[in-house]
Design a protein around this ligand. Structure first.
Ligand code: FAD
Length: 292
């Protein structure tokens, strides 16, 4: 199913992100993760793509398995990094042949010395995919601005352009402070951008993971999280439990705010996704509405 149809049918939409196993690991290892995620009935599952195409084949294969074996709507990530028009055309054909209808179009994080090919920005890829197939296209957005953007105004002008290129759905970078998200979302709506916005939530599982993510994307860390990490950084189990509880509260608050969707960065840890989904099940059921 196309993701725009999912958003037309119900609100909020709940989705998961998974990543292909490292090249040294068998692709089969992801299937036990999907086996555990499938009963949680996500509206779609997105599959990341190694910038530069390192796991390209795996992204297509996993998206295909989601579609054809699990009957779960897949959203395949693709990046500009290292892509040419020819390579993009080929991968779009592969996805189409597998029945995959949705793509998350990204520039990709630029590895040291990386060269961009025929596409420089996420918006270039959105335009190309919209003009070269029947795909629904999602794109990324940044409630705390993209780390390379000099100002929020500049980043929002780029976002406006990205939506004008035909983006069907926006998925946000992870954030830990809902108030920051609400303020940003209100501003985006005031700009006349009405594309559905899905809130990206990543449960904290370790101090190391938090540090890595924050370095990569620049998300701000609220005082509460700083306190949790300080108190529990030597106790992995306690920090994981605190991370699940914090993500649960974030999601409950987002659902109360009428968010269009929640995208859970699962990090392939199905047990954590399961705990969070169990925590929010009653509320999600109560607020989920069919659109007419
Ligand atoms: P863009 O929209 O191209 O923006 C990048 C920067 O350029 C921004 O600072 C923007 O303000 C600026 N900009 C945009 N357009 C223009 C323009 N026309 N002129 C000048 N400046 C411009 N990375 C991966 O490698 N693989 C993945 O699978 C992956 N999945 C992700 C999923 C989500 C939901 C998110 C939020 C991110 C994901 N990323 C992934 C990371 C993403 O690739 C990086 O954040 C990357 O640095 C930016 O990608 P983008 O498409 O948002 O960039």
């Amino acid at each position: 199913m196309k993701i725009s149809q999912i958003f037309e049918q119900c609100k909020p939409v709940i989705s998961f992100e998974i990543f292909p196993p490292k090249q040294t690991t068998s692709i089969e290892s992801i299937y036990s993760t999907i086996d555990a995620l499938a009963p949680l009935s996500p509206d779609f599952i997105s599959v990341t793509y190694g910038a530069g195409g390192t796991t390209r084949g795996n992204t297509v294969q996993i998206a295909s398995v989601l579609q054809n074996r699990y009957n779960i709507t897949p959203l395949a990530h693709l990046t500009c990094v290292g892509a040419t028009r020819d390579s993009m055309s080929q991968i779009l054909k592969e996805l189409e042949d597998e029945g995959v209808e949705n793509i998350l179009a990204l520039r990709g994080d630029l590895p040291e010395g990386a060269i961009l090919g025929d596409f420089n920005y996420g918006s270039d890829l959105v335009s190309y995919i919209k003009q070269n197939g029947k795909f629904d296209v999602a794109a990324a957005c940044y409630p705390e601005k993209h780390i390379e953007a000099l100002t929020m105004e500049e980043d929002l002008a780029r976002l406006r352009h990205k939506t004008a290129c035909g983006t069907d759905v926006l998925i946000s970078q992870l954030f830990f402070d809902n108030e920051v998200f609400y303020k940003w979302r209100d501003y985006v709506r005031s700009m006349g951008i009405h594309t559905p916005i899905v809130a990206g939530i990543m449960p904290i599982t370790s101090a190391k993971q938090l540090k890595r993510m924050v370095t990569l994307c620049g998300a701000s860390i609220p005082v509460t999280i700083q306190g949790l990490v300080k108190a529990y950084h030597h106790n992995a189990q306690a920090l994981k439990e605190a991370g699940i509880a914090y993500a649960t509260m974030q999601i409950i608050d987002l659902l109360a705010s009428g968010v269009d969707g929640i995208h859970l960065y699962t990090m392939n840890q199905a047990d954590i996704a399961k705990r969070i989904m169990e925590n929010i099940r009653g509320i999600n059921y109560a607020v989920k509405t069919k659109r007419v």
